[in-house]
Design a protein around this ligand. Structure first.
Ligand SMILES: *Cc1c(COP(=O)(O)O)cnc(C)c1O
Length: 400
């Protein structure tokens, strides 16, 4: 079948809730993907950072196959022999005492919110059902009804009320706005250390540390959503490390499974995560032996291949070279590690047409919001491949 036939089938039978570029991918390896016509492209999106380890990483694939031959799912009604090893490896790598595995990022965010509320009632002593959680404008934490309740994106919200109460949204990047929003009923502040979907927005230096200090002073939990920024993407294991901030609850997902299988988790210490009692929360597939085997292999790749260090080094090179491009369309180039955004001027006509032109140059990138092109290749990319991409990106950014 040809590209056009796949697209028309998809449009005929599928819900229309995405606006993909018109490429139909049939296989991939490392940083390269191949469409059904056999054309080769550089992936500069990495499935929103779920593919930090690159496509179809051989050792993760091997772990998946081997586990799939033995045992895939027990449910948490019984114990399995992968979950304890996953817990230990994840906790040793991240420095947290405990973890709770789920599937999608959205579910991990929901889990963190439930834990914060439980802490508010059982430990902080807030009157039941009165807990408030502070979030930031421009956030992206997922698509459930509770999560879109505090989205500032009209399209994510407007047709989907009634909403979950108990959230309060303040300006991103302004620590004093957080301080001003705290009340005796505040349970937690939840932030992305860099807003990925929001357009690769980096808060001012010192923001995270200041918010964390405000939380500590007020007996409020600090929750970091590092589903996109974590696990090496921004040049450290976690973006919060840049400000020596250790969140009370850390949320991870995406690259936790190297793109093979949905695996997410929250991390916290015993006094907090120990609050969940049997029956408080759960998931049929969360912590399945297959998920755990895949996640263990994915973490091992991040560690063994020094993906965070690679990201720091190559990200700095990539961004330095991008900044040399002379183009009338560029407003700003920003990023950390290999999470890079090129913001175009409003008069450039939107980032979408540039992403379509990049696709013709065999580079896959996606616009985020109207005017930002995100470059976030798998962290296994090398300098030679970045050098291959740069003249192509330059050509596209210089088009009329
Ligand atoms: C992708 C993402 C989510 C949601 O994860 P899903 O797996 O799509 O449910 C939440 N938070 C952030 C920061 C993300 O990038």
């Amino acid at each position: 079948m040809k590209t056009a036939e796949y697209i028309s089938l998809e449009d005929q039978y599928g819900a229309n809730n995405y606006h993909p570029l018109d490429i139909v991918i049939g296989k991939a390896r490392g940083v390269w993907v191949y469409d059904v016509e056999g054309r080769k492209y550089l992936d500069c999106l990495s499935a929103y950072s779920a593919l930090n380890q690159g496509h179809v990483h051989p050792s993760i694939q091997k772990a998946l196959f081997q586990q799939a031959k033995k045992l895939t799912l027990t449910s948490r009604a019984f114990r399995n022999d992968q979950l304890p090893l996953f817990y230990r490896e994840l906790c040793e790598m991240t420095g947290y005492q405990k973890a709770l595995p789920m599937n999608s990022g959205t579910e991990a965010v929901e889990t963190a919110l439930k834990l914060a509320r439980k802490w508010a009632y059982e430990v902080k002593g807030i009157a039941r059902h009165q807990a408030e959680i502070i979030t930031a404008s421009g956030n992206f934490h997922g698509r459930s009804i509770t999560i879109v309740s505090f989205s500032s994106e009209a399209q994510y919200r407007d047709d989907f009320g009634a909403f979950t109460p108990g959230f309060n949204t303040v300006a991103y990047g302004d620590a004093s706005a957080v301080a001003a929003a705290i009340t005796p009923n505040t349970a937690a502040v939840m932030l992305e250390p860099i807003q990925g979907e929001g357009g690769v927005i980096l808060p001012p230096v010192g923001y995270l540390a200041e918010v964390k200090a405000i939380c500590e002073r007020n007996n409020v939990l600090f929750i970091a959503d590092e589903i996109q920024t974590g696990l090496g993407r921004v040049g450290k294991l976690f973006a919060c490390e840049y400000e020596n901030v250790r969140p009370d609850i850390m949320i991870i997902g995406k690259a936790l499974s190297g793109g093979f299988y949905p695996v997410s988790a929250i991390l916290a210490d015993e006094p907090l995560l120990g609050l969940f009692k049997p029956g408080d929360h759960g998931s049929t597939f969360g912590g399945s032996p297959l998920a755990c085997a895949v996640a263990r292999a994915s973490l091992k790749v991040i560690r063994d291949e020094h993906l965070a260090e690679r990201s720091a080094e190559l990200g700095e090179y990539f961004i330095t070279e991008l900044r040399k491009i002379q183009s009338p369309h560029i407003k700003e180039i920003r990023g950390k590690g290999l999470l890079i955004g090129i913001e175009l001027k409003p008069e450039a006509g939107g980032a979408r047409r540039f992403c379509e032109a990049l696709m013709k140059q065999r580079i896959l990138a996606k616009e985020t919001h109207q005017n930002v092109i995100r470059f976030a290749p798998p962290l296994v990319i090398d300098k030679k491949t970045i050098d291959w991409a740069l003249p192509r990106i330059r050509r596209v950014l210089r088009m009329k």
